[in-house]
Structures are given as C-alpha cells and as structure tokens.
Design a protein around this ligand. Structure first.
Ligand code: ZN
Length: 131
C-alpha cells in the first residue's frame, strides 16, 4: 500500500510526521513488515530522532547550519546549494519495522520531515510492505 501525504512547511525545521506514518500502517492492516517513508524533494529529507526534548531538534538544525553554510563558491544558480547538501546528508528515506501491527520505534524516537528550504508545499510517501 502506498500513501501520499501533504504538508505545508512555514519555515526551515523538523516536522513530526510520526502520526501520519502510524495512520498509514494502521490503514494497511499489515501485522508484520516494513514501512518506508520517502521524501521526493531535493532540499528536504526524512529522519528519525528524539521526540521528547525540542532542544535536540534545535541543536541538530544548528549543527547542520554550521556544517553546511551557504558559500560564495557554490555555483548552483537557484542559490540553495546548502539545502541540497543537507538533503543528501540526512537522506531521502527511513525504513521502520512493523511488528504485531505497530511500528518498532524507540520510546524517544519520532519520524521527521526535515525542511531545509521552506516555506514550501511538500509531500512524502509511505509504502507499507507485508513480510
Ligand atoms: Zn536548488
């Protein structure tokens, strides 16, 4: 089963999409398998990280800013090479194990859509596979 979800990002940041993925898993009826969450954008990404302390998200974004700053040497005419770099480094997808009808996530883990170039209207896919 493939589901497509839309989100509007109002700025760069991490958007918790765990409930969307959980909904896709529940609707699939799959008891044992995997869920693949995929971002089809080149200046955004999917990641799993802490959902308890929001300072973790702030620190992650701060570190990405420091690691991949905008540079005058960048040639890409759109002017958002830094966002493209962050997208590739964080990654376009995550895979989550489904067991006993639920996602196997750690207590402090959430699934995030990472926006590096917003605000934008975005979408992502959840593919649930039985196995
Ligand atoms: Zn670009």
């Amino acid at each position: 089963m493939l589901k497509k979800y839309y989100i509007n990002t109002d700025a760069q940041g991490l958007y918790n999409i765990t409930s969307y993925v959980r909904q896709a898993v529940n609707e699939s009826g799959v008891n044992s398998g995997i869920a693949v969450v995929f971002c089809p954008h080149t200046t955004a990404a999917i990641t799993i990280n802490e959902n308890a302390d929001p300072d973790v998200q702030t620190d992650l974004l701060f570190a990405l800013d420091k690691t991949y700053p905008d540079r005058p040497q960048f040639r890409h005419a759109e002017g958002n090479s830094s966002a493209h770099l962050r997208s590739s480094c964080v990654g376009a997808s995550e895979t989550i194990i489904i067991d006993d009808g639920s996602m196997v996530l750690g207590m402090w883990q959430g699934i995030y859509f990472a926006e590096f170039d917003g605000p934008r209207q975005r979408h992502f896919f959840v593919k649930v596979i039985k196995g």
